[in-house]
Design a protein around this ligand. Structure first.
Ligand code: AMP
Length: 198
């Protein structure tokens, strides 16, 4: 059985946040809400949303905030997210933080913790290059990778300041084995009273 947890995982592209997010969410029994995955599924499925966002995501640019926030609000309104969720890739700038705050406050909820996976830029680039070889993602070209990391540093990293003043950021060393990193996250969440049983 699990405790409810409302989590956000943040880190540069290539930090392993997707992989860690899935592990953490599974342990807590909460759904992962990944905006990148939602966009990719729509592009693959040829939906109107997919058509709207395919060029934007291939360039490594951000999808418009209002559209992205609407998608997240819809997803978080589904039953399986009532007791918690793990957000991956959203919010990604200060405007989106505002949108999420408004939505959660309206439901009498708040994020419990923001997990920051800390990985040096060189290491992120190297991991992304390997992933590009393995998976052939459209936005894993050298230019798009550099562009996405720039957006991360300029727009996403500052949201940590906004959450930092609330005292909910856990900075986790993202270099190590998958299991080591997962254990570091669990240890940090346990300090907040967010525990996985067994
Ligand atoms: P990710 O898998 O999280 O790196 O997301 C892949 C791409 O989807 C990003 O490079 C953006 O083009 C788009 N995307 C994902 N999340 C967001 C977001 N919160 N706001 C705007 N665009 C996003």
């Amino acid at each position: 059985m699990t405790a409810s947890a409302r989590l956000l995982i943040v880190g540069p592209q290539g930090s392993g946040k997707g992989t860690q997010g899935v592990r953490i969410a599974e342990a807590f029994g909460i759904p992962v809400v990944s905006t990148g995955d939602i966009f990719r599924a729509n592009i693959k499925g040829g939906t109107p949303l997919g058509a709207q966002v395919s060029e934007i995501t291939a360039r490594g640019d951000l999808v418009p905030d209002e559209l992205t926030s609407e998608i997240v609000r819809d997803r978080l309104s589904q039953d399986d997210a009532a007791n918690g969720f793990l957000l991956d890739g959203y919010p990604r700038n200060s405007v989106q933080v505002g949108h999420l705050d408004e939505f959660l406050t309206g439901r009498g909820e708040a994020l419990d913790a923001v997990i920051l996976l800390d990985v040096p830029r060189d290491e992120s680039i190297e991991r992304l290059r390997l992933r590009a070889e393995e998976q052939g993602r459209a936005d894993d070209t050298t230019e798009a990778i550099a562009h996405r990391l720039d957006i991360y540093e300029n727009e996403t990293a500052p949201i940590l300041g906004m959450y930092g003043v609330r005292g909910i950021v856990d900075k986790i060393d993202g270099v190590g084995s998958l299991d080591e990193i997962t254990e570091r996250v669990f240890a940090a969440l346990a300090v907040r009273g967010l525990r996985v049983e067994n």
